[in-house]
Design a protein around this ligand. Sequence first.
Ligand SMILES: [Zn+2]
Length: 130
Amino acid sequence: MAAPRPSARRLLRHLRLAVRNRCPRCARGAVARLPWHTRERCEVCGYLFEREPGYYTGAMYLSYTFGAVVTLPVWVPMLLAGFEVPWIVAAVSAELILAAPLLFLASRVVWMHIDCAFDPPSDAAGPPTP
Ligand SMILES: [Zn+2]
């Protein structure tokens, strides 16, 4: 049986929390910090962010999408202005290299919140063992 669809209210809550980089369970702890670090657990409630091995595989697809959206304002105007493809590729590559840490972390945080909107974390995810 498929999981029930989350309400619009729950989706908006998770979108707000993702933008603010907050824990999907307690909404207070930070999930990630630049440049490349995703915390293992919430510092406030102890929620284990990586729910299962390979959990962030879906974030990879989000990262592709975010990369396409971020580069759109660069390559479309360059293409319309008549730049040659190697210049466009160079500009987009430079932009992606600069934006890589932000895209990496944003895709993980948004992925986590999409997952938690459809499959809310339980209290059983619990605090870390000492
Ligand atoms: Zn938390």
